[in-house]
Write a protein that binds this ligand. Structure first.
Ligand code: AMP
Length: 228
């Protein structure tokens, strides 16, 4: 059964880092819609060039574009055993579209993990967040000047200036936080305390995703035997 995981959480909650770690550990592709768009901008991909102005302001790119990107990406055979999505869905409408994509794939349940971090800690982390100019690896406020993966230069992301950070948190509370309500009632929804050190978050995530996967398979079995 495929392991389909989405990670929710505010910007700065550690979604990207944790998604990367978990995906590597389980041999699954980590799919970050922000990375796809940033790569698209480097490659002068027209759709991404249109999205760029919104990204620079900390606003969301339209649902139709994002759903089309994810729908295409999830058709790739490297997602057959599952995937870890980071940064998608970000609106209830994207979540509804993802439900249909998962349903069409019929390759296992969707596991939803919300990484919870208090607002003050989010602002501290976001203000000090950088990205490697060479390989795109994320770095936090306590990570020095060189990329831990390739030694490249760490630079601030264009969308991490203070005004943009505030805008991104506002957008998160308005558009993305309602997703927690959308998913909360499902047997495969879990919350993890993201205010701990990264290793502890990773341990909790691993245990909780395994548990939710078991629950999801049982729920799917029950749905099938009820003829739904
Ligand atoms: P991220 O790297 O996930 O923080 O994404 C960077 C920016 O890309 C966001 O601030 C949005 O402008 C855009 N973006 C990425 N994923 C989505 C999405 N699922 N829906 C709308 N906009 C997105």
């Amino acid at each position: 059964m495929a392991l389909n995981v989405i990670m929710l959480g505010a910007p700065g909650a550690g979604k990207g880092t944790q998604a990367e770690r978990f995906a590597r550990q389980r041999g699954l592709p980590k799919i970050s819609t922000g990375d796809i768009l940033r790569q698209g901008i480097k490659d002068n991909w027209p759709v991404a060039m249109v999205a760029k102005a919104k990204m620079d302001r900390g606003e969301l790119v339209d649902d139709q574009t994002m759903v089309a990107i994810v729908r295409e990406r999830l058709k790739q055979p490297d997602t057959d055993a599952g995937f870890v999505l980071d940064g998608f869905p970000r609106t209830v409408s994207q979540a509804q579209a993802l439900d249909s994509i998962i349903h069409e794939r019929s390759k296992g349940p969707l596991i939803v993990v919300d990484i919870d971090v208090p607002e003050a800690e989010l602002v501290r982390r976001l203000a000090g967040r950088r990205i490697c100019s060479k390989c795109g690896e994320n770095a936090g406020p306590d990570d020095g000047d060189a990329c831990r993966r390739c030694g490249g230069n760490l630079i601030s992301r264009a969308d991490d200036s203070e005004a943009v950070v505030r805008e991104r948190l506002k957008v998160y509370h308005r558009a993305t936080e309602p997703l927690v309500g959308f998913y909360r009632g499902r047997p495969t929804f879990r919350t993890v305390n993201g205010a701990q050190v990264a290793d502890a978050v990773a341990r909790d995530l691993d245990a909780t995703i395994s548990d939710a996967a078991g629950e999801g398979v049982r729920a799917m079995g029950a749905q099938r035997s009820a003829g739904r």
